[in-house]
Design a protein around this ligand. Structure first.
Ligand code: ADP
Ligand code: ZN
Length: 722
């Protein structure tokens, strides 16, 4: 090949052609370095017929490639996946490619890197900046830049500390091999049900063919143990496994559990990795050495050399949907990757998504069921607690019966969990005198009080401010009141009720890294915590045998708002959090506070009749032609200038093509009408399932132009309707 089409790592560019210089050999998938103007960019050689280029350049005017990296080429199945993803989610292929080549330093050859870590010495001259740096980087290690970021100081402060002897350098060999998991290390003795399901999964791994499988088992039924058997089979065959988790906070407990079963930890991939760790993991994945990788959704596009199995754990979780950049759904793309690779994909869940259940019903996915909990553990007793009949005292949020159940639990030396899906102290702050409400200056959203941080914060853009002493509207002093509860306020109530009890708040504010999650798990296991107050972060994955009481503080919260999946999500969330109770020998109890005990969601939870709830939900989706029976795509138009956003959205609305089986709603201001300082308008495209709606939208938007400051994003199969 003397000419090569190259997809460069720049989302603004289409593929470009280059000359392959004499002596260099490349093939489709080769990772190369190419000149672009005065710069050099990495890219991947692609089949020209699959990646049309607008810029046809004659042979004699082509610039030569600079070099080819000494790395295995991006294999054909991953190239097909990248094309499919770009096409389906209407994104530039280069933006998808970037998720595969997601470690810039991994492309370079073997080397050692110098990292930095605190020595524990206190420097003679301790400026406030230095003190802050040392406090925040205690126990950390990384590049100067990484430490500076973690400490929120400049690089110079870190360098100064190195000179002063408070930080030392260490050489890290970045490509040390990973330990090889041993499938025979500590296999469990499976129950009969588990043995059957595991046998079926290992059979699929051996078959080396595409097979999407729903592993549907109640919480605590041993889904993890069962899919570990499939992982063991893949390891025996020296093929790679990817396990996707919905939340990076879950990786740490997973690593420990995996190590107990296989004798060593798997390779972890998530956003909290240091650059050197990221590089090492990427290279091991690309060489095939990393036999098992566990990660958040970004692990899905990595260049596994010989993938044999994908597991999506807690597959119903909506956090698998990415809401920025390439707006893909990792569960759906995982299934596509399985199809291109020709391997089984296991979706594990106690509360599968309606979309997944429908695939089973249509015969496209296989289903394996684990109907009972493992061993002596029983499913917990779930009761509704009607707040209209048994209300909490004024200004409090926990009803007397829940409080009584908590004290019984504490007396028995057991642990309790209160679930409320709201971070912070209070969702709304207002002035008692004039009624002024604190709104984010950049978003259509209230500022949320965080008492632990002594801040008001916007949960959408991150804007923070200290709580003002004077009302900015009427000038009244100390007149601000908190409205409604967040987890911090519940924790205050708990502290007042049970002053002796040790309480922990678990939210993304307190558990922001895998290490923090590990610390929490260790404290729970050592029974250094009696009562956990947490958001959805505590609903999944964790296994605490001594946790016997779960209180759902506000079961009606998730049902407000007109979201298509509100009822389903609410059901899943409460079923998941209920599933944390009574996972060991001691029976569990769940109290669900609600004002609507007759609502179908609550009734289904209490009766344990998930089936009829799912059926009713599925029917109503079918009637509405909503997913999975029809399709949606959202078009979000945003601009710093309101007029531009409105005008562009209108012209998109006006030019909507007439297509049979497709209807366009809007434009209308988005519920989050302003986000990060940008005004937002939404259109919603509703189409029948068989319609290639992406094709229609591509042609439609492709024919339009809009001002430079306007952004038009298409969200295919949207999960957020804000
Ligand atoms: P799920 O993923 O379905 O919620 P897990 O796999 O976490 O369930 O299992 C729940 C608990 O039961 C875990 O502590 C697990 O180790 C234990 N367990 C499940 N099956 C077995 C088994 N066959 N032998 C020993 N322990 C088991
Ligand atoms: Zn904001």
């Amino acid at each position: 090949m003397s000419r090569a089409r190259v997809l460069l790592l720049n989302a603004a560019l289409g593929p470009l052609d280059y000359r392959v210089p004499y002596g260099m050999t490349v093939e489709p998938g080769s990772i190369v370095l190419a000149p672009l103007g005065p710069r050099q960019l990495a890219g991947v050689v692609w089949e020209a017929e699959r990646m049309p280029s607008d810029a046809e350049v004659g042979d004699n005017r082509l610039r030569p490639l600079l070099s080819a990296y000494d790395l295995p080429p991006i294999a054909a199945p991953l190239r097909r996946l990248i094309e499919w993803t770009a096409n389906y989610y209407l994104s530039p292929p280069a933006a998808v490619l970037r998720m595969a080549l997601s470690s810039a330093s991994a492309l370079d050859g073997n080397k050692t890197i110098v990292e930095y870590r605190p020595t524990g010495e206190v420097p003679p001259r301790l400026t406030p900046q230095r003190a802050q740096a040392l406090e925040r980087i205690a126990g950390r290690q990384g590049l100067v830049r990484e430490l500076a970021l973690a400490a929120d100081v400049s690089d110079a402060v870190i360098r100064g500390l190195v000179k002063a002897g408070a930080i030392e350098t260490i050489e890290v060999r970045v490509d040390d091999p990973f330990a090889v998991p041993d499938p025979g290390h500590a296999p469990p003795i499976l129950s009969e049900e588990q043995t059957q399901a595991a046998g079926s999964l290992t059979e699929s791994v051996r078959a080396r063919a595409f097979a999407p499988i729903l592993l549907d088992g109640v919480t605590g039924s041993g889904k993890t143990e069962v899919y570990f058997e499939a992982v063991a089979e893949a390891i025996r065959q020296r093929r790679q496994t990817l396990v996707l988790l919905p939340e990076i906070a879950l990786t740490e407990p997973f690593l420990t559990r995996f190590a107990a079963r296989f004798g060593c930890a798997p390779v972890a991939w998530h956003s909290d990795l240091r650059q050197t760790q990221r590089r090492r993991a990427w290279r091991a994945i690309a060489s095939g050495e990393a036999l098992v990788t566990v990660g958040a959704r970004s692990a899905l596009f990595l260049p596994y050399r010989d993938l044999g199995l994908i597991v999506v754990d807690e597959a119903h979780e909506t956090s698998f949907k990415q809401e920025e950049g390439v707006m893909y759904h990792a569960r759906d793309v995982a299934v596509m990757r399985g199809q291109f690779e020709g391997i089984p994909v296991v979706l594990a869940s106690a509360t599968p998504a309606i979309e997944t259940r429908q695939q089973v019903a249509a015969g496209r996915y296989a289903e394996l069921k684990l109907p009972g909990r493992y061993g002596v553990a029983e499913m917990p007793e779930i009761e509704a607690l009607d707040l209209t009949l048994d209300p909490p005292p004024r200004g409090r949020w926990l009803a007397p019966r829940l409080v009584a159940a908590m004290s019984e639990t504490l007396e028995k030396g057991e642990q309790a969990l209160l679930f409320l899906n709201r971070r912070g102290y209070a969702p709304l702050t207002l002035c008692r005198t004039c009624g002024h409400r604190f709104q984010c200056p950049n978003c259509t959203a209230w500022m949320v009080e965080h008492r632990l941080l002594a801040r008001l914060a916007c949960h959408h853009c991150g804007h923070v401010m200290p709580p003002p002493r004077l009302c900015p509207e009427c000038g009244e002093e100390d007149s601000l009141v908190a409205c409604g509860p967040g987890v911090e306020r519940i924790a205050d109530e708990v502290a007042a009720l049970f002053p002796e009890a040790r309480t922990a708040i678990v939210t993304s504010d307190t558990i922001w890294s895998p290490a923090k999650a590990a610390e929490f798990v260790a404290r729970m296991e050592a029974h250094a915590i009696d009562i956990v107050v947490g958001t959805q972060l505590v609903t999944k994955g964790y296994h605490f045998p001594n946790l016997t009481l779960v209180g759902v503080v506000d079961a009606d919260l998730g049902l407000s708002g007109g979201d298509l999946r509100a009822a389903e999500r609410s059901f899943q969330q409460i079923a998941q959090v209920a599933g944390r109770a009574g996972r060991g020998a001691k029976p569990g109890r769940v109290l669900v506070q609600t004002r609507e005990p007759k609502a179908p969601v609550i009734r289904a939870l209490i009766s344990g009749d998930a089936e009829s709830f799912y059926e009713a939900e599925t029917d109503s989706r079918r009637h509405a032609g909503a997913p999975p029976f029809g399709r949606y795509a959202a078009i979000i138009v945003s601009s710093e200038k309101l007029e531009e956003a409105v005008e562009t959205a209108r012209s998109i609305g006006r030019t909507a093509p007439e297509v049979e089986g497709m209807h366009v709603y809007g434009p209308a201001p988005a519920p989050l009408a302003m986000l990060r300082g940008r005004h937002r308008q939404r259109l919603l495209v509703h189409a029948r399932r068989a319609l290639d709606v992406q094709d229609v939208i591509r042609d439609w938007l492709g024919a339009l132009e809009w001002p430079r400051g306007v952004r038009v994003a298409v969200d295919v199969d949207p999960y957020s309707f804000l």
